[in-house]
Design a protein around this ligand. Structure first.
Ligand SMILES: [Zn+2]
Length: 124
């Protein structure tokens, strides 16, 4: 059986049981042939190797809590309801026929997404 390891860029903090220090661990991918079978961790202070994540004494990572749940719910509102449906597709002057769509005020062909000063919302 051939075991090949590859250095990953990830670095993680551990309380090493080899040297007893809070140190960084280097994650190494463990391969069996060409198949990745897991990850080993090596203490960067003393070089002690832990064969799997379960055996590695990671220091609990505290994530800074900058945002609260309330921040997640409040999506920024860029447009209000009056900004919506404010284009030719929703305009009462839009004339649809089999050859195209035309503005009844300007008497020219328009695109559904065009916007103009003569917009008047079509009654629903
Ligand atoms: Zn160590």
């Amino acid at each position: 059986m051939c075991e090949k390891t590859e250095v990953a860029v990830r670095q993680l903090e551990i309380k090493c049981s080899g040297c007893g220090e809070i140190a960084m661990a280097r994650a190494e991918a463990v391969y069996e042939g060409f198949k990745r079978v897991g990850e080993a961790y090596v203490c960067m202070s003393c070089g002690m190797r832990y064969a799997s994540a379960e055996e590695t004494p990671f220091v609990a990572q505290k994530r800074p809590n900058v945002f609260t749940e309330a921040d997640r719910d409040a999506a920024p509102q860029v447009f209000d309801a009056s900004d919506r449906q404010h284009c030719c597709a929703w305009c009462r002057h839009m004339v649809l026929n089999p050859f195209g769509q035309r503005c009844g005020v300007m008497n020219r062909f328009t695109e559904a997404t065009d916007v103009c000063g003569d917009f008047e919302k079509r009654p629903e």
